[in-house]
Design a protein around this ligand. Sequence first.
Ligand code: GLY
Length: 240
Amino acid sequence: MKTIFSKNIESDLTSCISKIAADKVFILTNDNTQLHCLPKIKSIVENGRADIITIPSGDDNKNLTSLAQVWEYLSKNHASRKSLLINIGGGMITDLGGFAASTFKRGIRYINIPTTLLSVVDAATGGKTGINFCGLKNEIGVINPAEFVLISVDFFETLDENNLLSGFAEMIKHALISNDENWKNILRFDLESFNLNELKPLLKDSLQIKEDIVSKDPKEENLRKALNFGHTFGHAFESL
Ligand code: GLY
């Protein structure tokens, strides 16, 4: 998996697509990201280089029905083992799309373009994929990293305050389990102004903390469990 901090999402995505050399390219969106995020990669869409799959938004739809919709679209539109799926959205899309790609024809390659702060620091990196099942969060899934994760803070411009804060909470958590310097830096960030340029270096640190942990324990047998703190309670609470 390669993480790219992008200054120009269209050209970086174009170069990732050409490195993968897929026979067909599919883009997974939901109602929101189709409207707000897809226009940022419009040259790829308008050139007819990719087919768009749109599923309903919201964690309630991170389920078997939406997953089957993705599998069905890929199958009916002749996706092969050499095809590529690009997931553009928050954690719901990167989780479900990653799982759809990991299981379709026993696994096709995929790229994540996380569009929320939370999905950048949590769902889109580290290879966890899956869906909710039987009322339980992330009950079915596999660990299989994306080929590339493309990150652009431009997507955060349309996020509301709650969305930004929930992502920042995850960054605070990463800083807490790393070292004094990261902790001091994160405390200096002004949440009132939420300046995206000032966020960038902190975001890089946060991802580095996660990547260091994931590289030592990719299958979450030991050390990686530290990244779940807060999640375990949160997921149990949401399931309830
Ligand atoms: N969401 C925590 C992890 O990726 O391990």
